[in-house]
Design a binder for this molecule. Sequence first.
Ligand SMILES: C[S@@+](CC[C@H](N)C(=O)[O-])C[C@H]1O[C@@H](n2cnc3c(N)ncnc32)[C@H](O)[C@@H]1O
Length: 204
Amino acid sequence: MGTEGAQPESAGEESSDRLRWNARYLRSAPGFAPHPLVAEAFTAGMIDGPVLELACGRSGSALALAEAGHRVVAVDVSDVALRQLATEARRRGVGDRVFCVQSDLATFVPPRETFAFALATLFWDKAVFDIACEAVLPGGLLGWEALARMDEEDPSAPSRFRVPHGALGTACGPGWDVLVEALAKESAGARPRRSTRVLARRGE
Ligand SMILES: C[S@@+](CC[C@H](N)C(=O)[O-])C[C@H]1O[C@@H](n2cnc3c(N)ncnc32)[C@H](O)[C@@H]1O
């Protein structure tokens, strides 16, 4: 896995996801608020080791974890997001602990049983979820949030990016202890957004 300090590593390939997300990240200023899963992980207790954040965007979570002393590998397809994250990490004095990796998660494979905490928020891809589970050390944590698919939605409608509440905990499989499984509703923006999240610990 290539990690180059706080400078985004270039994957070298143009992708529609990269262009779309770059355009979005250029349109708004970053907030850098950590996700609630980070506080939940600290409360649950984290073992020593690096952190992996997938689809990190301009992650306040990566910054908070680096400020707590963890080395963080932050992966995203958007070089714009990673540049903004790297700049903020240097400004806060944690640039040497945030390793930004520009990569498409369709092809990125982290090392197995390496990370104390693997995190992804507002992203869903079952194959990536499974790879993240495998990347967690025994005794380590997985935190994941995805948009929730609700009962009242048409079950025949395509829902590539949505997960029924409860499915993340089930997807962890045997050998995992689900510590938190929560449904959140946000009313910011035109439509209320519901997300489902899980925090789980891998068995020793
Ligand atoms: C909804 S945003 C979530 C960002 C951040 N995790 C958060 O919670 O604010 C989705 C993120 O996934 C990234 N992304 C989308 N498709 C990707 C892909 N194929 N490979 C890597 N990152 C991807 C985008 O660049 C974007 O940063």
